[in-house]
Design a protein around this ligand. Structure first.
Ligand SMILES: [Zn+2]
Length: 171
């Protein structure tokens, strides 16, 4: 079922003319911007009314809100929830709001994606995050989110092949 969703997503993305996919090989927001520009997506019209009435929370906003809370909890657990880092999370949430509006079925994937976005942004500005707590030999390495695109994302150590915690559950 998960695989089927991914395929559906890929098909939709292709049909939509290149909605950026999955893990996104972005190394940061600059690259991100470039990608959108290159693909012509920046021409996508901004719908008036997006800033309009604050209705009851919709599922997309709930998913975004949950994603923000989970990633902030993980940042706090590792003592990196500083003001400028929090703004990285806000940037990621804003970006993924756009993404999930294009593909509402992806709402369950937002937490994992925001975690990866923040991880990528931190890598450029601060370094690896979150560090693996189980590998004590060799260079410290970062945990990875699995699935990269799917529900119930978890932090895993790819080296040891173990699940460390759900996203939002780091200690
Ligand atoms: Zn490890």
């Amino acid at each position: 079922m998960e695989g089927e969703s991914v395929r559906t997503f890929a098909a939709r993305a292709a049909g939509a003319g290149g909605v950026p996919l999955l893990k996104l090989s972005f190394t940061g927001w600059v690259t991100d911007e470039r990608y959108f520009r290159a693909s012509g997506l920046v021409k996508a019209p901004v719908r008036p009314g997006d800033n309009g009435a604050m209705d009851a929370p919709n599922p997309l906003e709930q998913a975004l809100h949950a994603a923000r809370a989970l990633v902030l909890a993980d940042l706090a657990a590792r003592d990196v929830a500083e003001a400028d880092v929090v703004s990285l999370v806000e940037d990621a949430v804003t970006h993924r709001r756009w993404w999930v509006e294009q593909w509402p079925e992806g709402a369950a994937y937002v937490a994992g994606l925001v975690a990866q976005d923040v991880q990528d942004a931190l890598l450029e500005r601060y370094g690896r995050w979150p560090l693996c707590p189980v590998c004590d030999q060799g260079d410290p390495h970062a945990l990875e989110v699995e699935p990269e695109l799917g529900p119930d994302p978890r932090w895993v150590c790819a080296k040891a092949g173990v699940v460390i915690a759900p996203v939002g559950g780091l200690r």
